[in-house]
Design a protein around this ligand. Structure first.
Ligand SMILES: [Zn+2]
Ligand SMILES: [Zn+2]
Length: 551
């Protein structure tokens, strides 16, 4: 939900978090599986192994013991036979002894009898010995052909039992491991099925839901009157201003189509880059996405730059068209080209010399109209077309005469306006911003909301010079009279009359006549003296002037 969600997450959690929790519990489950596996190995493999090892070893030992017994048995029978052989040898010796005795004895019969007895005894012993040999041989045969093979068979059997038991235990171990792996892979399979359920779009939605903040678009910019020059937000529509506006229009309007075409081309380029990025994201293109995004933004920047120019030209055009109407009604524009005047030349518009080290200005290639660079935008579109040298000379003289006449009577073009409001001022401010100022044009299209300044006459009416110039402004019939407010400070200090009656209150003189139009106002003629009750920095001084007069 982010670090500082605007809403408490509550029971709903981001799907990513849930997925992560699933991963953690999967890991835990797998760890448990491993623990269980270890336990099972101990109880079902290790312990039985130990037990069987002990048991089998006991069995092996009893076989060894038995073998020892068998050998002992065999050896004792050999020993018995040896004894019989010894007895026999002794008996033979005794026979020999008695035979020798009988040969040398004086009592022949007694010795002979003893010899005979011993001979019989020896025969018996010999027979016993022979029987013993047979018995021992039989026992030996048993030992080698019966007892030892039996023992070996039993040992072999024991070994096979051992191997079989070991196999069983090994099988158990393998089964245990297989089951553990199976359950682990089940956990992983479950996790793998859970991860795709974390749909990226839902994740974003969840974040958005919990982080929505109150948002408001900044309000449109509006015309702000100068603190010393009260004015409305109406476009100036007297003829001189219109000339200037038309000249702007003539430059802006033709640019629109080219700019539109440029924007379209650039946008197509942008679309291609976006498509490439999409392909990269879908894995169809191996190029680097970071590079792609970088170039996307670069192209976007270019699109914006051109589109800003287009928008500026369009708004400029529509704003001006609303004021001056269709351009086709007007005359032919001069074909100006930039020119550096080498001989002293006067401006055909203002009449002044085109000064300066380089004396740069403009000249019409058709009719020879020359003007200051600063005057170019004020020249009306009234080119008479291509002229001969003589005609140009004549035109120049006429234009210079008209220019000087205009300087002497600024209102000669039919616009009667008081000196502080010569169009020059307005135009200078406009021309300075001509090059790339969209704001200027935009502010013209936005009608200012009715504020107190518009409705209350008190702030503006006393010094309103209302020369009716409706004739020269057919489009602007509905507009209010312009407010002509010279800087009040200058007004007060410059015109305050000397204190003729010794009153300490400052006095002032009306610069312009004023006619009362509403209740609470008073009609004053030019030059009327008024008392200033309270000095004031700005416009409200006018109210006070009135109040003072009423008193
Ligand atoms: Zn000029
Ligand atoms: Zn011309």
């Amino acid at each position: 939900m982010g670090d500082n969600p605007a809403l408490t997450p509550g029971s709903l959690e981001a799907a990513s978090l849930t997925t992560w929790t699933t991963q953690l519990s999967t890991l835990e489950a797998r760890a448990n599986e491993h623990g269980k596996f270890a336990q099972d190995l101990l109880s079902q493999v290790s312990t039985p192994l130990e037990y069987n090892m002990r048991k089998l070893d006991e069995l092996r030992k009893s076989h060894a013991d038995y073998q020892t017994k068998l050998v002992k048995e065999r050896d004792s029978s050999y020993g018995d036979l040896k004894k019989l052989k010894g007895k026999y040898d002794t008996a033979c010796q005794e026979v020999e002894n008695r035979r020798k005795k009988a040969e040398s004895s004086f009592e022949k019969s007694k010795a002979q009898s003893s010899y005979n007895q011993q001979l019989m005894e020896m025969n018996n012993i010999k027979n016993t010995y022979l029987i013993g040999i047979n018995v021992t041989n039989k026992l030996k045969e048993c030992y080698y052909h019966e007892y030892v093979p039996e023992l070996l068979d039993s040992l072999q059997d024991l070994n096979e039992t051992r191997v079989s038991k070991l196999n069983n235990i090994w099988l158990i171990a393998a089964t245990l491991e297989a089951n553990t792996l199976k359950r682990s892979s089940d956990h992983i399979a479950h996790l793998s099925a859970e991860i795709p359920r974390n749909i990226p779009a839902l994740d974003s939605n969840m974040f958005v839901q919990h982080n929505a903040v109150q948002w408001q678009e900044p309000s449109n910019l509006v015309f702000e009157p100068s603190p010393v020059w009260l004015d409305s937000d109406n476009m100036m529509t007297d003829e001189t201003s219109k000339i200037f506006l038309r000249n702007i229009l003539q430059k802006s309007k033709p640019m629109i189509n080219q700019l539109k075409a440029d924007v379209t081309t650039k946008r197509r380029e942008l679309e291609n880059v976006k498509k490439l990025r999409q392909n990269i994201r879908e894995g169809k293109d191996r190029r680097d996405e970071v590079d792609c995004v970088r170039s996307q933004f670069a192209v976007q920047e270019e699109v914006h730059a051109i589109d800003r120019k287009r928008l500026t030209a369009e708004v400029e055009t529509s704003t001006i068209l609303a004021v001056v109407g269709d351009l086709s009604m007007y005359g032919k524009s001069h074909t100006f080209k930039s020119e550096t005047f080498k001989i002293p030349t006067n401006c055909d518009l203002c009449g002044d010399r085109i000064w300066g080290l380089s004396a740069k200005g403009f000249i019409c290639t058709d009719c020879g109209f020359t003007c200051h660079s600063k005057c170019q935008m004020k020249v009306p579109a009234d080119c008479p077309g291509e002229q001969t040298k003589d005609e140009k000379k004549k035109l120049k003289a006429e234009r210079q005469a008209a220019a000087s006449a205009a300087v002497e009577a600024p209102a000669s073009n039919g616009v009667s306006s008081p000196p502080p409001l010569t169009r020059q001022d307005t135009m200078n401010s406009l021309s300075s911003g001509y090059a790339a100022s969209a704001t200027r044009s935009l502010s013209g299209t936005v009608p200012r909301a009715m504020t107190q300044d518009d409705t209350t006459p008190t702030t503006s009416s006393p010094l309103t010079s209302a020369p009716s110039n409706a004739s020269s402004t057919p489009i602007g019939t509905a507009r209010r009279n312009r407010i002509v407010a010279p800087p009040p400070a200058a007004y007060v200090s410059g015109s305050s009359a000397p204190a003729s009656n010794g009153d300490s209150q400052p006095k002032a003189k009306m610069l312009y006549p004023y006619e009362a139009r509403e209740a609470g106002e008073v009609t004053l003629s030019e030059g009327t003296e008024v008392k200033i009750l309270e000095p004031d920095g700005k416009t409200n001084i006018l109210d006070r002037l009135l109040d003072a007069n009423n008193l």
